[in-house]
Design a protein around this ligand. Structure first.
Ligand code: SF4
Ligand code: SF4
Length: 201
């Protein structure tokens, strides 16, 4: 029981804040031990866009969950509990060129409000401004994933509306969220990729 409580406290340590008006430097990942690849620090699943499916399904499980208002969301499952991502080898990502968007942008993250957020719990962040200066992210950082994120998020939302809740079956529960697979016959290319990803369960 004590162990469970400690793990829960670590899990909630992620702290995403809007980058607006922030000044932060990024030092190094060398001494961190890849916390952003660990379920222990809350890296378990991440909501994905339609454009992410193609890249994600070959390496990760894609499942669906239902938001508070019943809206369907697609997520990639990085890991199910408190372990490291299975692609960590010698503290390095073994699929670096094909890692998902959530890994590419971290500690930055896109958001539905079209602003960019940063996880201030990343150990590499420190006082300074070589990474973010007055809310502006360094020009050498690839920001293509953030462009039109709100439009892509809404497009994904409306596309997934065609799938009905009664056609999903519960698969697993991760840290308070129930995840489902689609059970009906479908030629939809995203459902096909979801089905192919089930080999990663
Ligand atoms: S990005 Fe941050 S959390 Fe991830 S390995 Fe580097 S220092 Fe660690
Ligand atoms: S895909 Fe690579 S970068 Fe992403 S969580 Fe796994 S090991 Fe880390």
């Amino acid at each position: 029981m004590l162990i469970k409580i400690k793990l829960t406290i670590l899990y909630i340590m992620k702290n995403f804040e809007n980058v607006k008006n922030k000044n932060l430097s990024f030092s190094t990942c060398k001494t961190c031990g890849a916390k952003c690849c660990s379920g222990l620090y809350g890296s378990n699943f991440s909501q994905i866009l339609l454009e992410d499916f193609e890249k994600v399904y070959k390496n990760f499980l894609i499942l669906f969950s239902f938001g508070d208002l019943g809206y369907l969301k697609a997520s990639l499952i990085l890991n199910k509990e408190y372990e490291m991502c299975k692609y960590i080898v010698d503290s390095k990502c073994s699929i670096y060129e094909n890692r998902p968007s959530v890994c590419r942008t971290y500690p930055l993250s896109p958001n539905i409000d079209n602003d960019i957020y940063i996880d201030e719990s990343c150990p590499a962040l420190e006082l300074g401004d070589n990474f973010i200066k007055d809310g502006i992210i360094n020009e050498n950082i690839d920001k293509s994933i953030f462009v039109s994120y709100q439009d892509k998020f809404i497009e994904t939302h409306f596309y997934l509306e065609q799938f009905k809740k009664e056609d999903f079956e519960f698969v697993l529960h991760i840290k308070g969220v129930d995840f489902y697979k689609y059970t009906k016959e479908s030629k939809d290319k995203y459902i096909q990729m979801h089905r192919n990803s089930l080999k990663h369960i």
